[in-house]
Design a protein around this ligand. Structure first.
Ligand code: ATP
Ligand code: MG
Length: 229
């Protein structure tokens, strides 16, 4: 099957319990996201926001209900198609102890050094370049990144991957107000035309979203747009 250029999602009565847990993390979640729509996901810590995003990448499969991508159940979609269709900025960004180049290439193995440098500039990480350039060593035995730099690195990976579905898990968590504003502006620019699910704790910037869902204890408690909620 060819690469998908647009993605719609249909989450139908999905319930999910983590292995060896008694309480379900998601209960009867139903959500439709049309191609190109931007959805913000809010809710208290532990309510299931990250779990919902993880189900979309098939890190886990629900015990009940079904998730469809462009009308095809995720379980019937081949893994490479799903991977190619989805860019993820995870809540916990992983830095490999490897060169800056290799830390980016895992998202886009074909990217040229020029593309990597351009992307680093785009996310405001060009200051990592002067020392050893893309050969600079990161992580253990090398340069550690600050929280904000890690977020930017994850966004750079997502940009290089350039998929039609973007799953963003608190991309500005722990950032100062000015950096947050920069990152949200950058995200608004690069997510135009893509289907977006973004988990956030912040009420700032919600006007930009087509729809907002509020989760509580594994369920969707409220849904609407900025004007309605
Ligand atoms: P936060 O805002 O703090 O990131 P969240 O809404 O993203 O919270 P989740 O990470 O989705 O919450 O977690 C939902 C529930 O599932 C929590 O009670 C959490 O403890 C539990 N949970 C998460 N991951 C696992 C796991 N791998 N195994 C068992 N339980 C888990
Ligand atoms: Mg989370």
């Amino acid at each position: 099957s060819g690469a998908l250029t647009q993605v719609s999602l249909d989450i139908k009565q999905v319930s999910f319990t983590y292995p060896q847990q008694l309480q379900s993390a998601l209960k009867d979640i139903t959500l439709t996201v049309k191609a190109g729509q931007h959805v913000a996901i809010l809710g208290r810590t532990g309510c299931g926001k990250s779990t919902l995003l993880q189900l979309l990448t098939r890190a886990w499969d629900p015990q009940q209900g079904e998730i469809q991508l462009n009308g095809i159940p995720l379980s019937e979609l081949d893994e490479s198609t799903l991977r190619a269709a989805t860019s993820v900025v995870p809540q916990r960004v992983h830095l490999f102890s490897a060169t800056l180049r290799d830390n980016l290439l895992l998202a886009a193995p074909q990217a040229s050094d020029e593309q990597l440098s351009t992307t680093l500039e785009r996310v405001g990480l060009e200051k990592l370049l002067p020392d050893a350039g893309l050969n600079g060593w990161l992580g253990e035995g090398g340069r550690q990144l600050s929280g904000g730099e890690l977020r930017r690195l994850a966004i750079a990976r997502a940009l290089l991957h350039d998929a039609p579905l973007m799953l963003l898990d608190e991309p500005t968590e722990g950032l100062d107000a000015e950096t947050e504003r920069q990152i949200l502006d950058l995200l608004a620019e690069v997510t135009a035309g893509k289907t977006v699910l973004m988990v956030t704790h912040r009420l700032r910037g919600l006007k930009r979203f087509d729809s907002i869902i509020v989760m509580d204890n594994g369920q969707i408690k409220e849904r609407g747009n900025h004007a309605e909620l």
